[in-house]
Design a protein around this ligand. Structure first.
Ligand SMILES: [Zn+2]
Length: 438
């Protein structure tokens, strides 16, 4: 239901890097340029993990600016305020876990692709940073390669139980040195969905260099800025996501540390990500894919014009969604939201949804969010069983980026109503996945 595993897995790492207070961004976090343009401002949003219990009277609640800044020097998009991780990730915050089908398929595909690009022998070591429950490494371990995970959350123990050796630690240069002394340098280092969350990105790359064989390859996966703009995923803008990368900005970051991009590929995870292979300069041939994506980015007009157009489309989609909801509410129909990942909080607060519009948001029974209010609202989060028992006329898919998987599963479980897909263009979909109206 919630985009498990896609919903910030790297939270404790962020905490470890925390400064103890929020930091206003005045220069680019990758290239230090001060040529930053304010591309989009979604308002003052509540922290996504501040969810009061149902029945408690609302108290004052802080709002933090959700402003996207764009760097004209290296094309990185970044948040204008780095919120104190102690606020974003309160001690009682239970770290999310597990993986979606898309994520599992992606890791398998990563293994297949990686085996072709970087021939691996069984004695070669593969290290995954932010290794979660070991799903990614399992793909390398099964054919007999040495693997090692680094994961700060309790998920490390789940990985260990599954036979994946894992350090329960934050990733930084000290951890990198300790792991290198214990298991040696790695032929492959992977880091998926890590680059966006950690405040000091340069120290992460330094740690990777410490651990990487001289001819080793580093593979990162990050949410892709161009995909975000194309499919209007403004709802992935929230305080846990500090940066939104293009290939150009990742290249800029890696080049500063002596690494060269040797292959890049767009992949479907998180609604659109980019996988980037990098190695020490001159150690591996550079594939044509790098130039191809660089040219796509250059031709996309990434810069002021594209960002202005993006902002306009975001605003129109908000108004459009409101008009779709207006028609439904005029007819007296009920709407349940489905899924309460972090991105749902951005959409709900930016569009201005309240408990008069959405009766509730449903989550799987085991979710820690059940029994609480959505951030910044009095919309209750309930066990998803109520969706099938009460059969509201409409279900609003807040994890719309995995809509096919959701529609299939919810219909199979017995939901008979229609689905509202909120983005990029609001549309109403029947249980067969076909658009009814928009
Ligand atoms: Zn920059």
């Amino acid at each position: 239901m919630t985009t498990k595993g896609e919903d910030c897995m790297k939270t404790k790492e962020a905490l470890a890097q925390g400064t103890g207070s929020s930091v206003v961004v005045n220069s680019c976090q990758v290239c230090d340029s001060d040529k930053l343009e304010s591309a989009l401002f979604l308002g003052y949003l509540p922290p996504v993990n501040t969810m009061p219990e149902i029945g408690k009277r609302p108290k004052e609640e802080a709002g933090y600016p959700a402003e996207m800044l764009y760097c004209h020097n290296c094309t990185l998009a970044q948040l204008g305020l780095i919120v104190d991780p102690n606020i974003l990730f309160p001690p009682e915050y239970p770290y999310s876990s597990g993986t979606t089908k898309i994520l599992r398929e992606n890791f398998k595909e990563l293994y297949d692709e990686c085996s072709q690009i970087v021939p691996l022998k069984s004695e070669h070591l593969v290290i995954d940073i932010g290794s979660n429950d070991g799903t990614l490494l399992g793909n390398f371990k099964n054919p007999g390669h040495r693997v090692h995970g680094i994961e700060p959350t309790l998920m490390a123990r789940k990985a260990i139980d599954a036979g994946i050796p894992t350090d329960e630690a934050f990733f930084n240069t000290e951890t990198a040195e300790r792991v290198r002394k214990a298991v040696g340098k790695a032929r492959i280092i992977t880091a998926t969905n890590v680059f966006a969350h950690i405040e000091n990105i340069h120290s992460i790359v330094e740690g990777i260099l410490e651990l990487l064989d001289d001819d080793g390859v580093f593979i990162s996966e990050s949410h892709y800025l161009l995909g975000l703009i194309e499919t209007l995923q403004y709802d992935t803008i929230y305080h846990e996501h500090l940066r939104y990368y293009s290939l150009s900005s990742i290249t800029h970051l890696l080049n500063r540390h002596g690494l060269e991009v040797i292959h890049a590929k767009r992949i479907p995870t998180h609604g659109g990500s980019i996988r980037v292979y990098a190695a020490r300069k001159g150690t591996h041939p550079v594939r044509p894919s790098v130039k191809e994506i660089q040219e796509q980015e250059a031709n996309s007009g990434l810069g002021t014009k594209l960002l202005k157009d993006f902002k306009k489309r975001v605003v129109l989609s908000k108004l459009h969604l409101n008009s779709v909801l207006l028609d439904i509410k005029k007819q007296g129909h009920r709407i349940f939201g489905v899924g309460a990942p972090s991105r749902a909080s951005t959409l709900i607060n930016y569009v201005g949804l309240d408990d008069g519009i959405l009766d509730c948001v449903v989550e799987v029974k085991t979710s820690h969010k059940v029994g609480k209010y959505m951030p910044g609202t009095m919309i209750p989060v309930r066990d998803e069983a109520c969706l099938f028992e009460e059969q509201p006329e409409y279900a609003l898919l807040l994890s719309w980026h995995i809509q096919d998987e959701l529609i299939h599963n919810l219909t199979k479980k017995g939901f008979k109503g229609k689905y509202i897909v909120p983005l990029p263009e609001p549309r109403i979909v029947g249980s067969d996945g076909k658009t009814v109206s928009n």
